[in-house]
Design a binder for this molecule. Structure first.
Ligand code: SF4
Ligand code: MG
Length: 332
């Protein structure tokens, strides 16, 4: 069952002088109830912009975002208020997103008070204690300030705050990127347990493929504002189709030292081009080790090349064979 539908969504920022920063260009994906959808790409690829579009913080330049079948930018006041309860966000840097002068109790109470959940302070406090317990903290932590906690604990506070309104969907914007590897796994385990207990749906944004694998059911890979590949996470690791995905995967070390890493590390040449002036045709072509002539002139279409495996690359058509030039697909 679809919870979220992202349809041809674009977000261009006006930079003046008739220049536009194309942060997100023609994004298409669905998120199903109860799943974790990983959105992966290097910094500046548009994944955080995608998260903010889905949160309703940004209005798309084009396209539509449907939540439970309804366009999130056409909701009436009541529906919009309800959506704000149901969709919450966890941020990369919990320290920056937690008010340093507020106690943990005040931080978690804030959304409860904005939404007028409890009439009674004692009930509210009980709920705050319960939330702290759910994320592996305790009552004693409630009267402390964010600077008294470690990075991993601060992220748990951020998670407790996101859970306060009992949401159904949480956008996790690189929630573990700033944490030590050992702490990353703990936070991922907290998120997984909460998902099982509360039937949550996650959009999990990450800048590399190492940790998302363990948490995501499906993964979409983004490059320069475009989704380039999307499939089940096991399948993506086993059988990546897009040259950019292959490069991202080759950068992840094999965790088991007993297994010899025979893979060839694919080093991408050059820098990520500016989203103000993206390359014609395929946006990845300036760095792609497999680029062909057609890649400069024709934008690859978003195709389901195998069952539930989508890719935008001229190396594949529906049968996984090289594709003929498609009329009308050229970028003006
Ligand atoms: Fe590389 Fe061409 Fe495929 Fe783009 S369309 S990823 S440039 S082969
Ligand atoms: Mg970001």
């Amino acid at each position: 069952e679809k919870l979220l539908e992202v349809k041809h969504v674009k977000k261009y920022f006006d930079m003046g002088k008739k220049q536009f920063l194309k942060a997100v260009d023609d994004l298409n994906f669905d998120i199903y109830k109860g799943e974790t959808f990983g959105l992966v790409g290097e910094s500046g690829c548009g994944k955080s912009t995608a998260g903010r579009l889905i949160m309703g913080i940004y209005t798309p330049t084009g396209g539509q975002i449907l939540y439970n079948g309804k366009d999130i930018h056409a909701l009436d006041e009541h529906e919009s208020f309800r959506m704000k309860r149901n969709v919450q966000m966890i941020f990369q840097d919990p320290y920056a997103s937690l008010n340093p002068r507020a106690t943990v109790r005040e931080i978690i109470a804030e959304p409860l008070e904005v939404h007028g959940i409890y009439k009674n302070k004692r009930e509210e406090l009980e709920r705050i204690y319960e939330l702290l317990k759910e994320v592996g903290l305790n009552k004693e932590h409630a009267s402390r300030y964010p600077h008294e906690f470690s990075g991993g604990q601060r992220q748990r506070i951020g998670i407790a705050r996101a859970l306060a309104l009992d949401p159904e969907f949480i956008i996790c914007d690189e929630p573990i990127s700033a944490l030590d590897v050992s702490v990353q796994a703990q936070v991922v385990n907290v998120l997984k347990k909460l998902q099982r207990d509360k039937n949550l749906t996650y959009l999990f944004i990450a800048h590399d493929l190492s940790m998302v694998k363990h948490i995501s059911d499906r993964i979409g890979v983004m490059y320069l504002g475009h989704l380039v590949e999307l499939t089940g996470s096991k399948n993506l690791y086993r059988k990546p189709l897009h040259p950019y995905t292959e490069a991202l995967l080759s950068a992840i070390p094999i965790p088991d030292p007993k297994i010899e890493d025979k893979r060839e590390r694919i080093i991408l040449k050059g820098e990520i081009p500016s989203p103000i002036n993206p390359p014609s045709g395929c946006v990845f072509r300036t760095r792609c080790p497999k680029a062909m002539d057609i890649c400069a002139s024709v934008k690859p279409q978003w195709l389901e090349v195998e069952e539930l495996h989508y890719v935008a690359c001229h190396l594949y058509d529906r049968k996984g064979k090289p594709m003929e030039r498609v009329e009308g697909a050229a970028v003006p």
